[in-house]
Design a protein around this ligand. Structure first.
Ligand SMILES: [Mn+2]
Length: 317
């Protein structure tokens, strides 16, 4: 059961000493929502820091370095953009007082839990919370939140985009977000490394089941050969999301040998959260993920079959 967003604002007002946790392999939404919230807490003269099991990707540091987030022994945990405790890595056993998220399958237990699956990004929710807290939104906060929105929605192209997304984007733009350069930097321009990664993904792409299933992978060997960093694969799921007519798109990444991270994108007809649940994962209606052991190539093959079966079952209902 969700609490009211005003309850979270009250809890923050009445307390001090917050650590804002966000998921490992952080993306723009995790980074944007966490650091914007830390800035808002600091603006309220609260002690606050952002915490993640992994480092903030290089590409976001021009913003996060300005936040001045220094780790300390916090009294209260706040988790943002994180669907389940295991996504916090080494911090998975930290007790959260507040959970703010947009993953339907959110499995956290917290006194103040606010999960809005219809929200296209967590940054959008954090934006509402900061307004509820009555904190003026600085241009750095606006940049961070706008980054969360455009990266999580693949520049307003994901199926979860709605009028609230555009309203938040518009207001953040009015509050000083550098929309053009952030949009180009995070969702449009690609360097040669990124193009090489995409080329490899297209080479590995198999489209089966009458065009309904698209599966591709980056093997551990590809990661080594192309020296792929997490920065090079930010938003890379667009390669499986932008193919016309595909019902289930799957991308398998084997950054650590024998350990695969799987991303799934679906069309309106198939539920990504339910498909990923078959492999112990989860997510949203149109996007999800899971993890499994094996080589990327064999996992890709197995998932291609599983996706075909899932589609047949769904279509026969
Ligand atoms: Mn998100």
């Amino acid at each position: 059961m969700n609490c009211d967003i005003a309850d979270i604002a009250d809890f923050i007002e009445d307390n001090d000493g917050f650590a804002v946790y966000f998921h490992k392999n952080p993306d723009g939404d995790a980074v944007g929502s966490a650091y914007a919230l830390v800035l808002a807490l600091k603006a309220m003269k609260k002690e606050a820091c952002a915490v993640c099991a992994d480092e903030v990707p290089e590409g976001y540091r021009f913003m996060t370095d300005k936040v001045g987030s220094v780790p300390f022994r916090a009294r209260h945990g706040i988790a943002v953009d994180t669907s389940a405790p295991y996504r916090l890595g080494e911090y998975e056993n930290v007790k959260m007082a507040v959970v703010i998220d947009h993953h339907e399958s959110n499995s956290f237990d917290a006194k103040y839990k606010y999960v809005l699956p219809e929200s296209s990004s967590c940054s959008e929710i954090v934006y509402s919370l900061i307004r509820e807290m009555g904190v003026p939104i600085s241009s750095l906060m606006a940049d961070l939140l706008y980054t969360g929105i455009i990266t999580d929605t693949a520049r307003f192209c994901s199926r979860s985009v709605n009028r609230d997304t555009f309203r938040a984007a518009y207001e953040l733009s009015a509050l000083g977000a550098d929309t053009v350069s952030l949009g180009r930097r995070f969702t449009y321009e690609k360097d040669s490394k990124r193009l090489a990664v995409e080329k490899r993904l297209l080479e590995h792409m198999s489209i089966t089941h009458g065009g309904l299933v698209a599966v591709t992978y980056l093997s551990h060997g590809d990661f080594e050969e192309l020296s792929v960093t997490p920065d090079d694969t930010e938003g890379i799921n667009e390669v499986i999301d932008r193919i016309k007519g595909v019902g289930i798109g799957v991308l398998v990444r084997e950054r650590i040998e024998g350990k695969c991270r799987i991303s799934v994108r679906t069309s309106a007809k198939y539920n990504a959260d339910r498909f990923c649940a078959l492999f112990g994962g989860g997510g949203h209606r149109y996007s999800g993920g899971c993890q499994t052991d094996g080589s990327a190539e064999e996992i890709a093959e197995r998932l291609s079959e599983a996706a075909g079966e899932f589609i047949d079952k769904q279509d026969s209902l």
